[in-house]
Design a binder for this molecule. Sequence first.
Ligand code: FES
Ligand code: FE2
Length: 428
Amino acid sequence: MPHFPKPAEGSWTEHYPELGTGDVSYQDSISPEWYELEREAVFGRTWLNVGRVEQLPKVGSYFTREIDAARTSIVVVRSSKDEVRAFHNICRHRGNKLVWNDFPAEETSGKCRQFTCKYHGWRYALDGHCRFVQQEDEFFDLDKSDYSLASVHADVWEGWIFVNLDPENTTSLREYLGELGKGIEGYPFDKLTQVHRYRAEVGSNWKLFIDAFTEFYHAPVLHAKQAVSDESRKLSKVGYEALAYGIDGPHGMVSSWGGMAPPKDLNMVKPIERVLRSGLFGPWDAPDIGLDELPTGLNPARHKSWGLDSYLFYPNFMVLIWKPNWVLTYHFWPTTYNTHVFEGTCYFAPPKTARDRLAQELAVVTFKEYSLQDGNTLEATQAMLESRTPVKSFPLNDQEILLRHLHKTTERYVNQYERQLEHATVRS
Ligand code: FES
Ligand SMILES: [Fe+2]
């Protein structure tokens, strides 16, 4: 169960004895063999967020996602007014990738009445049924109903579309997201339709970037130059302390201060922020999105200076909900053991004026600047973790509790998968 607020005794970390307090090995971030196990054990088994319902506005709207970690490409489609479905993106005739445009490895999106294979023209309805086979009588007693697209579990939670690539999965999405998911149900995500996206190829293990976003211990130091110099000196002296941490199953959250939207003293921030009334914490003038009361999970410490809550829905989906009514998400898609694709997406209420628009854009570029600073460090960390140094494990402090949890959770998934493999071998 999540635990809020700070335990009366001990630390956040000691409140979860299974996490331990010893040094943590980072071998899980530099081993190609371990990554191969994660592909099956984690990405092949958990619910993965692949988008939002606003990306599928009409029946027939679709998009593809390359999920390299799980060794597949999928097509996600609105098959009827109330249903979103997902399929492996493979033609049942001879295995051609079914939906793509100019380059087979690139993701695409659009709207269609049916999917037509580019190779020999087989056609599939939006619900995956094979509808047309070119020169059908040339085949040998072929029954089209045996050749539907291979479906993937898909479900929608609060407008977020998830898939689960494990054909044997029996855990519902809502159950999987647990108490932390439940605590933010009802947030008006659907009102935030002004979307800005970043995508970057990063030279580090996927977990290292999550590490950088689930602790703020680094913020006053690594991002020091983002504040005006007086403020930066103060921040690095005081350091950072979160308002609350919560862990439930594989997921975690950290609740944070937000004194910068707007700042107490305008001299704390840069001139452009003063002019545009915006910055990292978002536009200072929060739009009305019909949020009369915060969902119960937000601002768990009920602190008056609350600024944002960052959720990690395991394995690779982060949602940051900011006090001034906007949302930021991160996705971390592994491509090899030491590379991944990072996606950062900002969701705002549609701007009503040019000033609103500029305020949003300043938040978006500020976020990009911070991410680039984080990204540089990641590649430096990955390089040294992989070098032949005798340093193999690392002390994590109480503010790094979610990192400890992320690496432990991954180990748990991999161990469980290995045990299942052993069982299967013994039985056969
Ligand atoms: S591979 Fe798709 S129709 Fe032949
Ligand atoms: Fe950072």
